[in-house]
Design a protein around this ligand. Structure first.
Ligand code: SAT
Ligand code: MN
Length: 596
């Protein structure tokens, strides 16, 4: 396959350690993909779904203790512990290699080792970075073929540049106690053992395109962010692009594929998806920031996805898609999940592999979910009806705005704009969000999650904040404006106040108008908040009073919030940029002046 000695040495080293019966090089061809699919069907690793209703679709269940990212088992293995920072787990690289090598010894006996050459970003583009993942899972191979650009051409490209990210994955025995997701940013290496779940094992995604790439971007002057990218085409044909960072399972895929309400579509507005999870951003033509989506597919949360909430995502999953940990309907040989429709199958198999009916309850009488809350679809980007014509762009799309957002029942208003880039970096740094099922652990707990990168920043987060400030200084007057949104404010009964989904277009519209200086705003302690009359409510049964409630900046809440931010910032010691300290002081001063 290749004469490149570095690649051959890498493969030989782990072949010797893990001792597979066979080594198979993945070339990206249809024929090989089909043969592997057949093999996985044969062994029961995947199930072929109804070819009429879901052509080319497969179904897979992971082990029941292995259904989400494991942040407590995820490590940044930098030479110097302080470089991993206070928000990452750290392990000494030598110690980590020794520990993981011991676990991996002979782990592929009786198995095949697949060698997957893949590209993050369009092959040959200025943004592209290459990787090779070794794995003993056909499921991983099939997912990587959807999520990244898998091709033997990557081997030649690596030959030219000489650098590539080394990814080593084995399911080993899927033991929780020996599960490790280790990133070695200084060695361009990822080592993942004892898991078979998405974010832990599709090494191109979080491990490479965020953890390793954020470190590469820091060294090379660009940014790897946990952001969707979308284009809004206006009636005059002009398209503006925005990137938005939200934590996992907070609606990035839904926002990226949004269908605007009638009052916009009737005027000719259209939304296009460039990406739903990761953005690589760098300075380009005209001194502006440009973004690409380095992925080639969507690894989206299934529950809640339906023909109303996100028709574009649902349509994307109707062919050549892999469903993981959703409910299986043996009668029709199809899948189902909570929130798909109101017609669950009468008898089915749940995500754990147990018989299930809509009335199944557990020992406590609580209804058993058919699909795991973090069950997923892996769908090719080209299936998406609203995929952007710029999806394959080599140079990316110019960003007009950057949006941060979390899941906050209280505190953050529906939308506000930062005063300038530096304040915008502060707004990103103080993000907090309720935890979701995307990571193992408690759900619904508010935690700080700066720029939605808490689990994904591959180096010291204080340095990461400084990097953001430096990038702003590089683009100066052409910097995108920075906003914060919160779709998740709840009322006294815990119900969401804002309708969300397609109606979020109304907020995006305000954001674009601000970027064009076409609309005024109220200056508040935390930033510019819309005058309620400037949020389009046409066709929506939503009162101005409710709107004002969710645009409110409350003194008590923000006093408590500032104290909390201060405590969070203390973690970073002297690696917290002075600029962010000053921003906090200024915020506190402004909050004090709020009149009740
Ligand atoms: O990390 S995953 O790719 O499994 C999904 C997520 O948490 O965003
Ligand atoms: Mn994500």
């Amino acid at each position: 396959m290749t004469q490149n000695q570095q690649i051959l040495d890498f493969v030989a080293k782990y072949q010797a350690l893990m001792n597979p019966d066979k080594v198979v090089w993945i070339d990206g061809s249809k024929a090989q993909k089909n043969a592997l699919t057949e093999e996985a069907i044969e062994t029961g690793e995947v199930l072929k779904l109804n070819n009429k209703l879901l052509p080319g679709c497969l179904y897979h269940r992971t082990a029941i203790n292995d259904v989400a990212r494991v942040e407590n088992r995820t490590f940044i293995c930098s030479q110097d512990k302080t470089n991993a920072g206070p928000t990452n787990n750290w392990m000494d690289p030598q110690e980590a290699y020794a520990k993981l090598d011991a676990i991996a010894k002979d782990c592929m006996v009786g198995r095949t080792m697949y060698v997957i050459p893949f590209s993050m970003g369009k092959i040959g583009s200025p943004f592209a970075k290459y990787g090779i993942e070794l794995t003993d899972s056909i499921y991983v191979v099939l997912n990587m073929i959807i999520m990244t650009r898998v091709s033997d051409k990557v081997l030649d490209k690596i030959g030219e540049s000489g650098t590539f990210v080394r990814g080593i994955h084995s399911k080993v025995k899927l033991e929780e106690a020996n599960r490790y997701i280790c990133q070695f940013p200084e060695d361009n290496t990822i080592y993942s053992l004892n898991s078979g779940y998405g974010g832990n094992v599709l090494l191109g995604k979080k491990c490479f395109a965020l953890r390793i790439a954020s470190y590469q971007g820091w060294k090379e002057g660009w940014m790897a962010e946990h952001m969707l990218i979308l284009g809004i085409q206006k009636p005059d044909g002009d398209t503006k692009y925005v990137a938005a960072a939200f934590p996992s399972a907070c609606g990035k895929t839904n926002l990226a594929m949004l269908i605007p309400p009638d009052c916009y579509t009737s005027k000719g507005y259209k939304v296009f998806t460039v990406g739903d999870d990761i953005a690589w951003i760098r300075k380009g033509r005209g001194g502006k920031l440009y973004a690409v989506n380095p992925e080639n597919g969507f690894f989206g949360v299934a529950p809640g996805t339906n023909i109303k909430s996100n028709p574009n995502a649902l349509i994307s999953t109707q062919k050549n898609t892999i469903f993981t940990n959703v409910l299986y309907n043996p009668k029709t040989n199809t899948v189902w999940w909570e929130g798909l429709d109101k017609n669950p199958p009468a008898e089915a198999i749940d995500w754990k592999g147990n018989p299930w009916t809509p009335n199944t309850v557990d020992a406590n009488g609580v209804k058993v979910k058919g699909a795991h809350p973090n069950s997923r679809f892996t769908a090719p980007a080209k299936n998406c009806p609203c995929i952007s014509p710029e999806f394959e762009s080599r140079t990316g799309v110019p960003l007009t705005a950057i949006i941060f957002g979390g899941r906050r029942a209280k505190a953050a208003p529906l939308v506000y704009e930062s005063f300038n880039w530096k304040h915008g970096v502060f707004v990103g740094a103080i993000m907090a969000s309720e935890t979701t099922a995307a990571a193992a652990g408690a759900v619904g707990v508010v935690r700080h999650d700066p720029m939605a990168m808490l689990p994904f920043c591959g180096y010291h987060m204080g340095d990461y904040f400084q990097h953001w400030l430096n990038i702003g200084a590089k683009v100066k007057k052409n910097a995108p404006r920075i906003f914060n949104v919160n779709w998740f404010r709840t009322d006294a009964n815990g119900n969401f106040i804002w309708p969300g989904y397609g109606d979020n277009m109304r907020v995006l519209d305000w954001i674009l108008k601000r970027c064009e200086n076409a609309v005024d705003a109220k200056e508040t302690a935390i930033g510019y908040v819309p005058n309620s009359a400037d949020i389009e409510l046409d066709g929506l049964d939503f009162s101005t009073k409710d709107l004002e409630t969710i645009l409110d900046v409350d003194k008590t809440t923000w006093t408590a919030e500032s104290e909390d931010i201060e405590k969070f910032f203390e973690k970073f010691g002297d690696r917290l940029p002075a600029e962010l300290k000053n921003q906090l002081t200024a915020l506190k001063r402004r909050v004090k002046k709020i009149s009740n």
